[in-house]
Ligand binder design. Structure first.
Ligand SMILES: [Zn+2]
Ligand SMILES: [Zn+2]
Length: 262
């Protein structure tokens, strides 16, 4: 690790090499998670899909292609953000730490939860703003081109939206101390949650929407309604902002119960 950290990443050659490598990892991880997720659930529960999404008709293949190209651009922007984060870390501007004993062990899950709550708040309000008509047409429409979403929609954003999303991590990590492994776990949760919420199949058990904890967690049917109705369900991981701001779709429970695994 110390040898790796000794590298000067502000050097254009090292900067490019690290960014391209990170791009490869992020994009491959996206293809792998989305591909495996879709394949496994489609093989097992074909009849449970919200729409019988993939019959590989030309229009659907075109949607896949568009989503994957847009996700490649997003992956590159996320990789750039990763390199910038690394430079900031090396320069001592971030709260990233490596020694487990730097903070108490209870701080590890707490820092993850705090990061998710801050991300939720940032994304909810950014998302509301992106639905203003002028901003929507410029920034957010690309993501909504997928009305019947698939696991490949997870990273399908306009580059401006990708930049707005990517900005959050370096800014957050300047203020919030996080162990490197917790930061990486946070990034993995982010990717898996985006896949779950777009895959077009509800994986949470029946009555999850009425469970004391489950009702606060967003799943595929919740976000599916956002893509279909536009004016409801703006949240990312949790439902609390939608509930407080009264933007939760009145159809949420009905849609969940219709598609959850009974
Ligand atoms: Zn939206
Ligand atoms: Zn979406």
């Amino acid at each position: 690790m110390s040898e790796f950290l000794a590298i000067d990443f502000t050097n254009p050659w090292n900067f490019s090499l690290f960014t391209i490598t990170t791009f490869g990892i992020i994009f491959f991880r996206y293809l792998l998670i989305s591909g495996v997720y879709h394949y496994v659930f489609y093989k097992l529960f074909q009849e449970k899909f919200i729409k019988n999404v993939i019959n590989f008709k030309p229009k659907e293949i075109q949607q896949f292609r568009t989503e994957i190209i847009r996700s490649a651009i997003t992956s590159f922007i996320f990789a750039l953000s990763g390199t910038i984060l690394l430079i900031l870390w090396k320069a001592g501007y971030t709260g990233i730490y490596l020694e487990w004993s730097t903070y108490s062990l209870w701080y590890l899950p707490v820092s993850l939860l705090v990061a998710m709550l801050i991300h939720e708040t940032y994304y909810y309000w950014l998302h509301r703003w992106m639905h203003r008509p002028k901003i929507y047409r410029l920034v957010h429409k690309w993501h909504h081109d997928s009305i019947e979403t698939t696991s490949f929609t997870a990273f399908s954003f306009h580059p401006i939206e990708s930049i707005l999303q990517a900005l959050m991590i370096p800014v957050l990590i300047i203020f919030l101390p996080m162990h490197l492994s917790i930061l990486l776990l946070f990034l993995i949760i982010m990717t898996i949650s985006a896949t779950i919420n777009h895959a077009g199949i509800e994986i949470y058990p029946a009555s999850f929407n009425r469970h004391w904890l489950g009702k606060w967690i967003i799943g595929a049917t919740h976000h599916d309604l956002h893509h279909k109705q536009f004016r409801y369900n703006f949240g990312l991981y949790f439902t609390f902002w939608d509930r407080w701001m009264k933007t939760e779709s009145p159809k949420s429970d009905e849609w969940f119960e219709k598609h959850a695994n009974h």
